[in-house]
Design a protein around this ligand. Structure first.
Ligand code: ATP
Ligand code: MG
Length: 195
């Protein structure tokens, strides 16, 4: 029997319920065996931006996913030197899992809309099926070549972003109910996002 696995990449600075609800809705909809969260060490599109130490971001993802038996976290991009290209990561999982596993690469529709600018999008689309999670009302316009390798799924609207959470912490505003309590506590305990 063939297997189906999801990969959810991101900076996760910090992880929040937008990421978690998306991963869970996609897992449920496509009946995936598991979803692997892959925190990105050096996302090429965020070069020049100050990111939180990857170990902090990794641990927050571990804390956030602990209560879901279908969720796991991979350190593959954290251990790999150089820019964190998704194509390298998917290639890695493709060889780890073999050819009878269908790989679903989960992104938000906003991230997916940028795919032509990613490293080697053609190979990436050959290696996996893309799931572009869009919010109700958002229409994704895609180049023709990409369309058949992409599944668009509407997820519950969650207007949450990591940048908004960082802004709130910096300005002393509440972040309660935007992310798991364990992650909230981790942020305060380690003094993240204060400056
Ligand atoms: P930032 O505000 O710093 O850009 P972010 O909230 O967009 O952070 P990322 O780590 O950049 O989080 O996103 C990782 C993946 O999760 C991307 O594919 C992105 O499109 C998706 N994503 C982020 N926020 C949401 C959300 N609220 N609902 C659905 N998908 C989301
Ligand atoms: Mg983003």
């Amino acid at each position: 029997m063939s297997r189906k696995k999801g990969i959810m990449g991101g900076t996760f600075d910090p992880i929040h319920y937008g990421h978690l609800v998306t991963a869970e809705e996609v897992r449920d909809f496509f009946d995936l065996d598991e979803v692997i969260f892959v925190p990105s060490a050096r996302p090429p599109h965020k070069i020049g931006q100050t990111l939180t130490d990857p170990e902090h971001r990794y641990l927050m993802v571990v804390l956030a996913t602990i209560t879901n038996p279908y969720f796991r976290v991979s350190r593959v991009e954290i251990e790999r030197p150089g820019p964190s290209y998704s194509v390298d990561t998917v290639r890695y999982f493709r060889s780890l899992w073999g050819d009878d596993t269908e790989i679903f690469f989960i992104t938000g529709a906003d991230a997916f809309a940028q795919i032509s600018g990613w490293n080697n999008p053609e190979e990436l689309l050959r290696l996996c099926t893309f799931v572009a999670a869009s919010r109700p009302g958002y229409t994704l316009s895609l180049p023709e070549v990409f369309r058949e390798r992409v599944r668009v799924i509407e997820v519950s609207a969650l207007a949450i972003s990591s940048s908004e959470i960082r802004r709130r912490v910096r300005q002393g505003e509440s972040i309660k109910y935007l992310l798991p309590e364990a992650v909230e506590n981790y942020i305060y305990k380690n003094g993240l996002y204060r400056t």
